[in-house]
Design a protein around this ligand. Structure first.
Ligand code: PGA
Length: 258
């Protein structure tokens, strides 16, 4: 199988103002080496995207938007569309658990956003994962199945090449509760099985699947060595220069493991 680049995504969430974000990018640029086998993506606040896009070397950092609205243009006060983000970012997060659970985004919003991203040539990072309650009921596989099916409805095989999946168990996000490598391996197996069912064996092998949820510098290497994991979606630890730099280095040292 062709070697896949590891993908490390920093989700800064609603942290850092424009100035702080710029200073932080400047610091990261000094410690994060450019490696051919690792793609590093930063998702700052929407406000800082424009200035950071002028600041970064795109060989070192690509950019992602944390959120957008699925219509392209129109009377949608306060919203920003994928069409408006085109050229500014390469990736967009879709279906992050905070969007689903704090802002009550539903399956149909998430499906529309995946389609809007693809329509504007942006790569959607579709986040899926079960809550603690769903997990306690043994529903993990069912949730993965439903969220994938809903998010990918109407995505063609050709479009699917541009989709990234992030497995983020809700109970592990921002909580310090780590999913075990076995949990992650099993969930990602379920994801690839379903992708195979929808798009075929090659697509299932080639799709990049990330793990996210309380990843820190000392756990990154373990997740990256877990079968099926092609990268990481990092929240809290991505706001610390040393932590994030160490995570990127761990990706460079990780072996292909599918
Ligand atoms: P965390 O966040 O690393 O702080 O758990 C991950 C995420 O929300 O993507």
């Amino acid at each position: 199988m062709s070697a896949k680049k590891k993908l490390i995504v920093a989700n800064w969430k609603m942290n850092l103002n424009i100035h702080e974000a710029s200073v932080f990018v400047h610091q990261l640029a000094q410690t994060i080496a450019v490696h051919r086998d690792v793609e590093v993506v930063l998702a700052p606040t929407l406000l800082a995207l424009q200035s950071i896009s002028l600041q970064v070397d795109r060989r070192q950092f690509k950019l992602a938007a944390q959120n957008f609205y699925w219509r392209d243009f129109g009377a949608f006060t306060g919203e920003v569309s994928a069409a408006q983000l085109r050229g500014l970012v390469d990736y967009v997060l879709v279906g992050h658990s905070e969007r689903r659970h704090v802002f009550h985004e539903h399956a149909k919003d998430i499906r529309s956003k995946v389609q809007a991203a693809l329509r504007s040539d942006l790569k959607p990072i579709l986040c899926i994962g079960e809550t603690a309650h769903e997990r306690s009921l043994g529903e993990t596989n069912g949730v993965i199945h439903d969220q994938l099916l809903a998010g990918l409805a109407n995505v063609t095989s050709e479009e699917f090449h541009n989709v990234v999946i992030a497995y983020e168990p809700v109970w592990a996000i921002g909580t310090g509760n780590n999913a075990t490598p076995k949990d992650v391996e099993k969930a990602i197996q379920t994801i690839r099985r379903q992708i195979e069912h929808l798009y075929g064996k090659t697509a299932a092998e080639n799709v990049r699947v990330l793990y996210g949820g309380s990843v820190k510098s000392d756990s990154a290497a373990t997740y990256l060595a877990t079968t099926g994991v092609d990268g990481l979606l990092v929240g809290g630890a991505s706001l610390n220069q040393h932590e994030f730099t160490t995570i990127v280095e761990a990706a460079h040292h990780a072996r292909e493991n599918n």
